[in-house]
Design a protein around this ligand. Structure first.
Ligand code: ADP
Ligand code: ZN
Length: 213
């Protein structure tokens, strides 16, 4: 199973990606998580990515495409994989298509999560994420049992730089200008499945499974 998840920031892609990846026993590849891990470790890649991610801009394709190609060459992908946060513009989608063609591989589905702009802003501004395991919470809608502490692992919750109010507007603009066009790109391939991102985690997961089938 080779899956791509597309959707605006805050749509719950990360949560659903984890669920779907374990359901299909495939690795969850999140470009956002890879960048954050590199930023945390202050690697060369991390230093390069930091100024882009903290402003809510895309890391240049030359960097991102190579990073993904390296990941897709690793040998844990016999069952396939789930790509979360990539591709994020038409250039990346074309790069991925070429990569797959060269390796005689095909995607099974592109799952799009749809959500209104108002809902996106509400979700992102209240989002808190575990420093340790990346689990997401919300200060109003998905409160942790203890304020500031992860229910799953006890790690410390924090607000991502790019979830700060001044950055959210830019992320939305980047999504609408650069990422939304890939929806049409995949519509033309017949792979696109669109579901609403409103509802409980379990409801959306069931919706996703039905859409992918
Ligand atoms: P979200 O979906 O919540 O916006 P992600 O965790 O997917 O966040 O990504 C965080 C940031 O990492 C993005 O705003 C961008 O700066 C960078 N990033 C992630 N994926 C890509 C990509 N495919 N191309 C370029 N930059 C990316
Ligand atoms: Zn945690």
């Amino acid at each position: 199973m080779k899956l791509i998840l597309v959707g605006p920031p805050g749509a719950g892609k990360g949560t659903q990606s984890s669920l779907l990846a374990s359901h299909f026993s495939i690795p969850h590849i999140s470009t956002g998580d890879i960048f954050r891990a590199n930023i945390k470790g202050q690697t060369e890649l991390g230093k390069l990515a930091q100024s882009y991610t903290s402003a809510g801009n895309l890391v240049p394709d030359s960097v991102t495409n190579d990073m993904v190609a390296d990941r897709l060459k690793q040998d844990d992908l016999a069952n396939g994989y789930l790509l979360d946060g990539y591709p994020r513009n038409v250039g990346q989608a074309e790069f991925l298509s070429n990569f797959l063609n060269q390796h005689q591989e095909k995607l099974d589905a592109v799952l799009e999560f749809s959500l209104s702009n108002e809902e996106i802003i509400t979700r992102l501004s209240g989002r808190r994420v575990c420093k340790n395991c990346q689990a997401p919470f919300h200060i109003e809608f998905e409160r942790p049992k203890v304020t500031g502490v992860c229910d799953k692992c006890g790690g410390e919750l924090y607000q991502r730089d790019d979830d700060k109010e001044e950055v959210i507007a830019n992320r939305l603009e980047v999504y609408n200008d650069q990422t939304a066009p890939i929806i049409n790109y995949y519509k033309n391939t017949g792979l696109l499945k669109t579901i609403s991102a409103l509802g409980s985690v379990e409801e959306i997961f069931q919706r996703a499974l039905i859409a992918i089938k």
